[in-house]
Design a protein around this ligand. Structure first.
Ligand code: HEM
Length: 478
């Protein structure tokens, strides 16, 4: 039930968090800017304010370009925010992603020592995300943006990442991606079935806004209004903001394809597509395995919200349809952890939800089907490809890190021992995925298809907070 006491200040919340801009913005550039001196940084930021897109409804046509701003902890400090206010940010944000690498499983090739500089150092202080509908528009926006940085004193671009939607909104391994998102009671009630919290007797309810936007009631405060709101910094930064996770994840498409092809020789008469579906929990076109375990639904529309309204307990408690360790079942177990998972404070699946807004980078892989490895293939490129994984949440430690550490990197809660998510995991400890069935199939080995190339924890201020950071009327004094 939406909380009637909540009035949402959409004009103060940055865009693309509560409501997605949409896949028609199929180009995104992530521009990391270093601030040498607070006053110069503030002046440059002040010049960007008018371009920042907020969460208000757009009357058509949509703007040709969008622009949003986020900051690392070092970035907030570089803009001159006083120590007392800095100390009020959450611990994990202040520490930064690189300092949490072991916890996140970023070891070996994924360790921060192998990351692309300056990712992980926080020195890319301000992340400006620019999205457009066309390459030509993006080129124009980037030219303007670079010129603006050039003109400003004391700021410089230290890292650029350009991304582009692949055909059919697929990611590089070939799966449709990005459509299963949380339903927020007050904002996206139409997504409640499948996106909200599954309850008994087939009911669902939307999540509290404060799970994603700081300064609003969250699931704790709905139960007990006296409870402290999660990790929001103090005023004037505490309202309308959120935390952003930025992770550049490389994907070895050739290795993924080869591994599935080899393993499928021993699986159901060589059914490689079915094995691929078992790994993700969905067929490549997005059809959930729990709804259709034997074949994908032809012309399946993943955007049709009714198609996402499935659960695990009623039809698939033992994982015979969708394996217990499939990527989507781990990343959002819905009711799979049993009612304890919904009511027991130790598990509480619905306290670990994230809003995902990532995009693929690198050239599209060559068409699948016995072709040469992409690195040697028709494009003749050795260029890397992967996913810029972006998500938003109110608590990095409870939400994103909860998913990454307890569900993706560990199988314990699913009674899978130390098994990791096969799609993402270079395990080293177990090297396999159990595909439940009669008999079960051991999908092995588990090479490192996905490696972390770098990342940052960022704070996405509300618009008023952004004005403060830019040194506005009552702004931070540099
Ligand atoms: C290269 C890395 C990754 C790939 C290729 C990938 C792929 C996918 C695919 C194909 C889906 C199903 C489509 C959809 O629901 O939108 C999905 C869903 C999801 N993924 Fe990932 N993913 C990756 C990394 C991650 C990471 C790092 C996390 C979190 C730590 C994550 C969390 C989720 C969540 C929460 C869902 C939605 C599940 C649901 O609500 O049913 N993914 N991913």
């Amino acid at each position: 039930m939406p909380d009637p006491s909540v009035t949402i200040d959409y004009a103060d919340i940055q865009g693309d968090i509560l409501r997605a801009y949409g896949n028609d913005y199929d180009r995104a550039s992530y521009m990391f800017v270093h601030v040498d001196a607070a006053t110069g940084g503030q002046g440059w930021l002040a010049g960007l304010l008018a371009q920042v897109t907020n969460a208000e409804h757009w009357s058509p046509p949509k703007p040709a370009t969008t622009l949003n701003v986020a900051l690392t902890f070092a970035g907030v400090r570089a803009l001159g925010v006083p120590d007392g206010l800095l100390a009020s940010f959450s611990d994990e944000f202040r520490e930064g992603m690189a300092a949490r690498a072991e916890l996140l499983g970023d070891v070996g090739p994924s360790a921060p020592s192998n990351w692309e500089a300056p990712l992980g150092s926080g020195e890319g202080h301000v992340l400006v995300t620019i999205k457009t509908h066309t390459a030509a528009q993006l080129d124009r926006e980037l030219a303007d943006f670079r010129a603006g940085v050039e003109r400003a004193a004391s700021v410089s671009i230290v890292h650029e990442q350009h991304t582009q939607m692949l055909r059919g909104a697929r990611e590089h391994f070939g799966y449709a991606d990005g459509f299963a998102q949380p339903a927020i009671a007050e904002v996206t009630p139409h997504r409640t079935l499948g996106g909200g919290v599954p309850e008994k007797e087939d009911r669902w309810r939307g999540l509290a806004l404060g799970e994603f936007i700081l300064g609003y009631p969250d699931e704790d405060t709905l139960v007990d209004p006296q409870r402290r709101l999660p990790s929001a910094p103090e005023e004037p930064l505490g309202r309308s903001g959120t935390y952003m996770i930025y992770r550049k994840l490389s994907q070895d498409v050739a290795l993924f394809r080869e591994t599935l092809r080899d393993a499928a020789r021993l699986y159901e008469g060589g059914d490689e597509e079915k094995l691929a579906a078992k790994v993700a929990g969905r067929w490549r076109n997005g059809t959930p395995l729990v709804s259709s375990p034997e074949e994908p639904i032809r012309d399946f529309n993943p955007k049709d919200l009714a198609n996402n309204a499935f659960r695990y307990l009623d039809t698939d408690v033992d994982g015979a349809r969708c394996p217990l360790g499939a990527h989507i079942r781990r990343a959002n177990p819905r009711d799979a952890l049993g009612w304890k998972g919904l009511e027991d404070s130790g598990l509480l699946s619905y306290r670990h939800r994230i809003i995902r807004r990532g995009m693929p980078y690198g050239p599209p892989p060559p068409a699948a089907g016995g072709e040469a490895a992409p690195e040697e293939g028709e494009h003749g490129e050795s260029e890397e490809r992967g996913l810029v994984f972006v998500c938003f949440n109110a608590s990095i430690s409870r939400q994103f890190e909860g998913i990454q550490t307890q569900w993706i990197n560990d199988g314990n809660v699913f009674h899978l021992g130390h098994d990791k998510d096969y799609l993402l995991g270079d395990s080293g400890t177990t090297d396999k995925m159990t595909v439940q069935g009669d008999p079960p199939f051991m999908l092995a080995p588990q090479p490192a298809f996905v490696n972390t190339r770098g990342g940052e924890y960022l704070f996405v201020p509300g618009l008023a907070a952004l004005r403060f950071l830019a040194g506005g009327a009552d702004g931070v004094q540099a």
